[in-house]
Design a protein around this ligand. Sequence first.
Ligand code: DX5
Ligand code: ZN
Length: 218
Amino acid sequence: MSAYKLSPSLLSCDFTKLGEEVKLLEKQNVPYIHIDVMDGLFVPNISIGIPVVECLRKITDLVLDTHLMIVEPERYIEQFAAAGSDIINFHIEACKDPLSAIDKIHSLGKKAGITIKPKTPVKDIEPYLSAVDLVLVMSVEPGFGGQGLIPETLEKVRQLADIKKNNSLLFELEIDGGVKLDNLERVKAAGAEVIVAGSAIFKGDTSANIAAFNDMLK
Ligand code: DX5
Ligand code: ZN
């Protein structure tokens, strides 16, 4: 088993082929599917939501890694849990009471993830690191696929990997934004364990792209 988990972001996929693309991911043993939910307020874009999670849940057992880029995410935790999300990631910048959001996610039998934007320091989430199952470091400003990775964000991945190791914490460390084959070694070296990639997977030949990522994540 690889130490790394690939979490392809559906934001860049051809939505007319959603089911087929998911079957391709399954065939190549991809463990997670990253679902980007945007509300047009927390980020200047609108994407997919609860009905899409429900449809995906009907066709796959893969882990549905749900990235909520919405204001007051606590309002929708129950609905995403009921729709079939396995991991519910919310942004620290959008949430007034992170501990109660984490508790709510856990009480619904789901994994809780906390997410930071590129300019948010690691210290802002330190109080929650022992409570969450996953920490997501955004390596681009959230809102759009296809942007370039901001190199400074890798320093935060390093910091979090150190904190995890030094305190024997259990969270998985995820990175999201601008990850491509040509920066994957640097991303791995920084300590990321769950690798989100959108355009690098779904632009061009999806199967060949997954195979190339799988090869580098062995
Ligand atoms: C951006 C999203 C990302 C995005 C990644 O707000 O959270 O998941 O889809 O896409 P790429 O890999 O193209 O940067
Ligand atoms: Zn995302």
